[in-house]
Design a protein around this ligand. Sequence first.
Ligand code: FCB
Length: 477
Amino acid sequence: MSNSASPQSTQLLEEGEGATFPPGFVWGAATAAYQIEGAVHEGGRSASIWDTFSHTPGRVLHGHTGDVACDHYHRYPDDVKLMAELGLKAYRLSVAWPRIQPDGHGPGNQAGLDFYRRLTDELLEHGIEPWITLYHWDLPQAIEDAGGWPNRDTAARFAEYAELTVAALGDRVRHWITLNEPWCSAFLGYGSGVHAPGRTNPGEAVRAAHHLMLGHGLATRAIQAARPDAEVGVTLNLYAVSPQTSSAGDADAARRIDGLANRIFLDPVLRGSYPADVVADLAPVTDFGHVQDGDLEIVSTPMSFLGINYYSRHVVAAPVEGVEPEPYWRAQSSWPGSEQVRFVTRGVPVTDMNWEIDAPGLVETLERVHREYPDLPLYITENGSAFVDEVVDGRVDDADRLGYFDAHLRACHSAIASGVPLRGYFAWSLLDNYEWAWGYTKRFGMVYVDYDSQRRIPKSSARWYADVIRRNGLAAQ
Ligand code: FCB
């Protein structure tokens, strides 16, 4: 369990202390296609599940959609210039599957592939390494109509899409991330339904999780076969999980949530097996009959790295008889078989998402993965925070976001000092953008976006990050 890490090992660098990162540490920022591109009807793109979901009344706050977003599809040359000004060494973007295969199958759509050729060329010309995520949640609607991720065939469709995207871009892109946060795709998309496609069936959520991982394994093999020089990994959203008290009931609650949030993906991908306790916890919703012989071997195809998205910690407690648990920030039905576990807030500072700020949890998470799973280079592929920003005299002074980044980079440095092979960090996010079910109401960017004029204003955190990159670490203050 993550909470068993020794106290010294989660010690952070003192605030104000300087810290230099290892040579070659990859400094980047991340975005995702649906959150920034807009231009949803251009270049032959078809609808994804997020187009359908966002246009369904009641699904997204204020009915916001990604139709225009940051208009990055048209403004990418300026956005890349901005990245270069900040000194980014790498940029993690996602490819929109419905731009490449509008009907969810068949040959690659040239206009879609050309857009990503232009974008990646622009990055390379500015000395910025493109890191591509193949699936950041925008499943072609046609594939959802055929059954979506609970349907086994979607895994094969995904591998086909990966293969043709790598055939088109593999000469200029070395780093590939198959999936972003399969937990969200499966358990928010098909369990609680707060994300697209908005289905609410716990058994389907667990099937979706398996088929996502199967798709990851098949795609990894396809990419490695096409480009032996490619580096392929997957990005998981991992949490530090701890029990509220030392009671046996709270410990069991923590075991369950750690199982459903972390180990249900870490174990199959890195060890080739499902954790037995998680399979037992899920017995009320599935018998795992959808797992076929040989699947786990594919799922655990060796990768070059693991991407970790870290935002916060889950603190949990045992169910209380007769007391309905408060729905946590992501409804109870996101935790099939463990719906009665209570998520506890501790009263520590939170971000605008109401997520508790817990930098030691990042050290804990990194050390835990390094200790319990096969040795593998690790990257933080997302980390960041939403806060309410104000433009004053044309400037945005986001001291709270800057503080969040600073604390979490100190955590990264501590983990590296204790022997974790952490090789890079991608801030979430380059730009304010479409925050899924929250629409445009949550700002995660280092760069402010005025959605009316599409003007970009680098916030204080962006200037600060540029300095961190320049000195390859944190300055002593
Ligand atoms: C992650 C997503 C990313 C963004 C951040 C805040 O779960 O991968 O797209 O929404 O959260």
